[in-house]
Design a protein around this ligand. Structure first.
Ligand SMILES: Nc1ncnc2c1ncn2[C@@H]1O[C@H](COP(=O)(O)OP(=O)(O)OP(=O)(O)O)[C@@H](O)[C@H]1O
Length: 243
């Protein structure tokens, strides 16, 4: 066996992840890997366990069993803030921007674990990616539209200088044109070499942008493959693509 010499090293390796709310097992032994520079999608219906997976990976939801290795380190027992410091940054479902704070202060919050002198430069990079946020930087975040709040949430996550960016349903509740815009932002991040885990109910969009994808059903991974393979899979097409 020499194949492993040339195989890309996984940035994230999750094994046998179990997570429960009381007696309800939401994740029943998940295995998932993400290689450096990959965009991986996790798709599944309402209640499949997608959000629970992200929360367990971030360390905000307890893991009942399993292991998480990240960047060559076993992080299974690390707290959420320690995982952020390692470079796992989440852009949460529902954006979670701080409405009364200015847009710029919201962006700055994403750098809360950092003490370096490059925070200002990184804010400018976020503005270059999302010019509308620069235009409105002194306004309260609550005044932004849903799509702009999604951009703000992504910009804030980027301020943590993620090695792995977790995106939870970024297209949720957005009009079709804005959904396209958000997927274009994901393509841009991907072209810049960002490693991304994209959780989506919008399977069509997610499989279009992902290198690989996993299908989650009631706490189990039932299928995995390249984005293109899964988009052609008859079961996926029937269940998630409405075909
Ligand atoms: N706080 C909670 N307490 C009890 N059960 C929960 C809780 N949160 C989620 N669950 C249950 O865990 C399972 C997985 O839910 P989860 O929210 O992770 O699914 P999901 O795939 O993210 O769905 P959605 O797309 O609706 O966010 C579901 O059966 C859900 O009812």
């Amino acid at each position: 066996m020499t194949a492993s010499i040339h195989a890309p090293e996984a940035l994230l390796r999750v094994r046998d992840m179990v997570s429960a709310y009381g007696r309800i097992k939401a994740l029943k032994g998940i295995a998932l890997e993400i290689n450096r520079g990959e965009t991986v999608a996790l798709i599944g219906a309402n209640g499949a366990g997608k959000t629970t997976f992200l929360r367990t990976l971030s360390g905000v939801q307890p893991m009942a069993a399993g292991t998480v290795a990240f960047d060559g380190e076993d992080i299974s027992r690390l707290r959420a803030d320690q995982r952020v410091a390692r470079g796992i940054c989440q852009c949460p479902e529902g954006r979670m921007v701080f409405g009364p704070l200015s847009i710029e202060d919201n962006i700055r919050l994403g750098a809360y674990t950092r003490k370096d002198a490059e925070i200002g430069d990184d804010i400018e990079k976020v503005y270059a990616m999302f010019p509308i946020l620069k235009q409105k930087r002194h306004l309260p975040a609550g005044s932004l539209s849903g799509g702009q709040q999604q951009m703000l949430a992504m910009g804030r996550a980027l301020m943590g200088r993620p090695k792995l960016l977790l995106l939870d349903e970024p297209s949720m509740g957005l009009a079709p044109l804005l959904v396209e815009e958000i997927f274009n932002v994901i393509r841009t991040l991907k072209s810049q070499g960002m490693t991304i885990l994209l959780v989506e109910q919008n399977a069509f969009g997610a499989l279009g942008v992902a290198d690989r994808a996993y299908v989650l059903e009631t706490g189990h991974v039932t299928l995995s493959g390249s984005g293109a393979e899964l988009a052609e899979n008859p079961d996926v097409r029937a269940a998630y693509l409405g075909m």
